[in-house]
Design a protein around this ligand. Structure first.
Ligand code: NDP
Length: 494
């Protein structure tokens, strides 16, 4: 480890506070956070109560009316650019904290998570003066203009798989339009966000109350969802919790809700896949990188009968070659799962697949590493073949390094299998036939379809699912609708 990484780890050990109204507020309750790669305690973090949340919401409301909400568009853009630049300048320290709290490889934290986390502020700074309303063609004697306004105070509930990146996916567009936020990081991964707020605070990037961070475990998410003075909630996580958030909104003030939920993404490999080796390599990488804790990762590989054996053999070789290890080991391909609950969930699905008789092609066990990582939450990368689509491993979100192979004999069966799921986040297909590419993409019931390269992302492109994978979109112009409301103003004239 470099000195900078060690300093980040030392910093994490000290007792943490919530960031409310531009102050680090001593917490009334605390919980202990753990490093999942070693299963040892890191340090104490606040567990926010109702009274502390009320203060955070009140600070956000005040900044919305008297602070950030009154900033000019140019001032907002400048602050967002500065916020991104600070993240860029501290990317090594922040990447070390992501690895500490989440267990992913340092290389993944630094090279996958960090660049976008900084750059997306430039993208949303550009939107501050480009998202505007319309005039409706109404009857003579009236002007009707349609104005897009900030929503107000937004509650943002962040998951643990990309702890800093997904926080910024929500914070940047919300602030871009003049909203203020109360952010709850996952109880597993609060450190990278808290440190970023320290850095922004020291540089005076945002006025007090614009961004408030409330940590916690157990009931803070629900308190946010039920809070009568929060106008909107944006959540990324499981479908089960997404449904509770919808109920919480209904039981309180009907706040608007954006949900980015679970997935069970299929990838179709047709017999005319243009470069089969490249397609297998791409599917392998997106399925197993980041230890499989990605909502859009391919989890079901649907393969045409004629190439099934070839794909199965090559994928088995690749999966057996994965090295799990110390997150700082340059030769390691897979780090630790994010927490004990997630580790147990993944192992439960692996056992259920084995019991149900699915063909185990690779992995299938928990992994014990030597030395300080011996109690870490490591799972052997696992591959199942010839999986019946009714099994739990084919239907439910595992969110780990587990891929299943299934076969199909024609296009119709491939589409039926693809859509036979409650989820609709993402899907992919590989074919050399351009007509088939359009036909199948159009028949797939998912919010994102990748043709001939699985997993493409861009700030400009909307991200979000259909069916039980969520409501609304992140990224692109589309996310701005989620953080704004439309007002219709009529002016009568003679
Ligand atoms: P959850 O979906 O349960 O989300 C946990 C977060 O939601 C915590 O911050 C928690 O805070 C909050 N929360 C819990 N209950 C409520 C509620 N009633 N109202 C509002 N907020 C609430 O995720 P887990 O971490 O338990 O992960 C479970 C599964 O979710 C994973 O295995 C994976 O399948 C999926 N997942 C999907 C992600 C994605 O990218 N789409 C990301 C992460 C997980 P608190 O406890 O303080 O209330």
């Amino acid at each position: 480890m470099t000195t900078q990484q060690q300093q980040a780890y030392e910093w994490a050990k000290s007792k943490k506070a919530n960031y409310i109204n531009g102050q680090w507020q001593p917490p009334e309750r605390l919980y202990l956070c753990h490093n999942p790669a070693t299963n040892t305690p890191i340090g104490e973090v606040p567990s926010t109560n109702q009274h502390e949340l009320d203060e955070a919401v009140s600070a956000a409301r005040n900044s919305f009316h008297n602070g950030w909400g009154n900033y000019s568009r140019r001032e907002r853009a400048k602050a967002l650019i500065q916020a991104g630049q600070i993240i860029r300048e501290h990317q090594e320290e922040l990447a070390a904290l992501i690895t500490l709290e989440n267990g992913k490889l340092y290389r993944e934290s630094l090279e996958d998570d960090m660049p976008d986390t900084a750059d997306l502020f430039d993208y949303f700074a550009g939107w501050t003066d480009k998202f505007y309303g319309e005039t409706a063609p109404v009857e003579p004697g009236f002007v009707n203009y349609i104005q897009r306004e900030a929503v107000g105070v937004c509650g943002l509930i962040i998951p643990w798989n990309f702890p800093l990146l997904l926080a910024m996916w929500k914070i940047a567009p919300a602030l871009c339009l003049g909203n203020t936020v109360v952010v709850k990081p996952s109880e597993e991964t609060p450190y990278s966000l808290l440190r970023t707020l320290e850095l922004w605070d020291a540089a005076g990037v945002f006025p007090p109350g614009t961004i408030n961070v409330v940590c916690g475990a157990g009931d803070v998410g629900s308190l946010i969802t039920h809070h009568p003075d929060i106008d909107k909630v944006s959540f990324t996580g499981s479908t089960a919790t997404g449904k509770k958030i919808v109920l919480g909104s209904g039981e309180s003030n009907l706040k608007t809700v954006t949900l980015e939920l679970g997935g069970k993404a299929p990838v179709l490999l047709f017999e005319d896949t243009p470069d089969l080796d490249a397609a297998i390599e791409r599917c392998f990488h997106v399925a197993y990188s980041q230890k499989g804790e990605k909502c859009t990762e391919p989890t079901r590989l649907l393969i045409h009968d004629s190439i099934y054996e070839t794909v199965s053999q090559k994928m088995t070789e690749r999966v057996n070659g994965i090295v799990c290890g110390d997150p700082y080991d340059a030769d390691a391909y897979q780090g630790a799962q994010s927490c004990q609950a997630q580790f147990e969930k993944i192992m439960g699905y692996i056992e259920s697949g084995k019991k149900a008789g699915a063909t185990l092609l690779a992995g299938g066990e928990a992994l014990t590493l030597p030395g300080e990582y011996k109690n870490g939450f490591y799972v052997q990368p696992t591959l199942f073949g010839n999986v019946d689509n009714q099994l739990a491993i084919a239907r439910e979100e595992i969110f780990g390094p587990v891929l299943i192979l299934q076969s199909f004999s024609d296009e119709e069966q491939a589409i039926t299998l693809t859509n036979d799921t409650i989820y609709g986040l993402a899907a992919g297909l590989y074919t050399a036939d351009v007509s088939r590419a359009h036909r199948v993409a159009s028949a797939i019931d998912a919010g994102q379809v990748f043709v001939n390269r699985y997993g493409c992302y861009d700030f400009a492109s909307p991200f979000g699912g259909f069916k039980q994978s969520g409501w609304g979109k992140e990224m692109g112009i589309h996310v701005l609708s989620a953080y704004s409301r439309v007002k219709s103003v009529w002016i009568a004239y003679d």
